[in-house]
Design a protein around this ligand. Structure first.
Ligand SMILES: [Zn+2]
Length: 369
């Protein structure tokens, strides 16, 4: 559809990669009614209007992976798609020190209009692709493509590629390692930090617990469409390597869950405390329901008390805190796991054992013995 604020690339064949590419700053175009926002035409050839080369790289990679891609159709000067709806820099009144005349007078009503017409449909399209893959039983992996200027003020940026991430390093870490092995100068959360609440990867990756990464490429490497395509071809095997090394292709929440729209907003700390309260209540429940057998939990839902202990140990490990397996499980049991077993564990019936063997052969989640 011509009036969509994005271009949706769907692969001709069924995507097997599970990847979804997005390019927020793909375009330097503006809808006709906005003219040039009062800027001189020359501004549209520069990074203030768009991420030079990024769209071509995103298209090439999406084609190479037969993956869908959502490519922004309008300039970030109209509205910045890599910002949350409440972000004060959503509609830039100043860009690189220059006033953007067509944005200077943009009042709350105009911003709301741009949100509804240009911002929301783009993010809805990303959500629809995610939902589509989830419905097919795939945990999608999101890859956002951007580009950065070689020089900022007087600083010559030493990186060729930047890998931006927040808390979820499942893809970012192996990608940084693979880039280094390939001899590329890679910046870890450079030239920008990936920790921006409500930006595109936060909204779609972090909040859904999906693996994701934002790749920034230095503009001089991809400024022309042929160099952009060449660079994408160079990036592909590096990305392959990182994807192959990635662990936990599962939903994992690395930040507290977002409360639904319309509920009282709470800060991250409060939400963390509420989630901890729920975990403590779950543990208390399991401690009192000693009649509930681990094998039945495993057979029914693919997790049990031991898994909870292991997840606790893994979470501690992510923070550099080493815990013994049994010590972490004891936190759940309230006693040594062996003691609990002696007191409460019943002999598993042949039926339970058979169900367990079957379930653990195709379980997506579960603890290792
Ligand atoms: Zn960008």
């Amino acid at each position: 559809m011509a009036d969509r604020p994005y271009e949706l690339l769907r692969p001709s064949k069924e995507s097997r990669s599970g990847l979804i590419f997005v390019c927020d700053h793909a375009s330097n175009a503006l809808p006709g009614t906005y003219g040039t926002l009062g800027l001189e035409g020359g501004a549209f050839a520069t990074h203030i209007a768009y991420d030079i080369g990024a769209a071509e790289v995103a298209r090439s990679l999406a084609a190479a992976y037969s993956a869908p891609a959502i490519i922004a159709r309008w300039s970030r000067l109209l509205i910045d798609l890599n910002r949350g709806p409440d972000d004060p820099t959503l509609v830039m009144k100043l860009s690189d020190g220059n006033i953007v005349p067509g944005n200077r007078g943009a009042d709350a009503r105009e911003v709301a209009h741009r949100l509804a017409v240009f911002h929301k449909p783009y993010h809805d399209a990303i959500e629809a692709e995610i939902a589509d893959m989830r419905a097919k039983g795939t945990v999608p992996v999101l890859i956002s493509v951007h580009s950065f200027t070689p020089v900022w003020k007087t600083f010559r940026r030493p990186w060729e590629v930047g890998v931006l991430w927040d808390r979820d390093g499942r893809l970012a870490k192996p990608l940084l390692a693979a880039l280094a092995r390939a001899g590329l100068a890679a910046g870890d959360n450079e030239p920008y930090s990936g920790e921006l609440e409500n930006d595109c990867m936060y909204a779609h990756g972090t909040m859904h617990g999906l693996p994701h990464v934002l790749i920034e490429i230095r503009q001089d490497l991809i400024a022309k469409s042929d160099t952009a395509r060449t660079f994408a071809a160079r990036l592909k095997p590096i990305l392959d390597e990182a994807l192959a090394a990635m662990e936990h292709l599962q939903i994992r929440f690395m930040r507290p869950l977002q409360t639904p729209k319309g509920t009282t907003p709470m800060d991250e700390r409060t939400r963390t405390e509420l989630e901890a309260a729920v975990f403590r209540r779950l543990v208390a429940h399991l401690r009192s329901r000693t009649d509930v057998q681990n094998i039945d939990l495993m057979n029914l839902a693919g997790f049990c008390r031991n898994c909870l202990g292991d997840w606790y140990r893994e979470a501690a490990g992510d923070k550099g805190i080493a815990l013994e397996k049994d010590a972490a499980r004891e936190l759940v049991y309230g006693m040594a796991p062996s003691e609990w077993k002696k007191r409460y564990q019943k002999e598993a019936s042949p039926e339970q054992q058979a169900a367990f063997a079957k379930a653990s052969s195709n379980a997506a989640v579960g603890h290792k013995k």
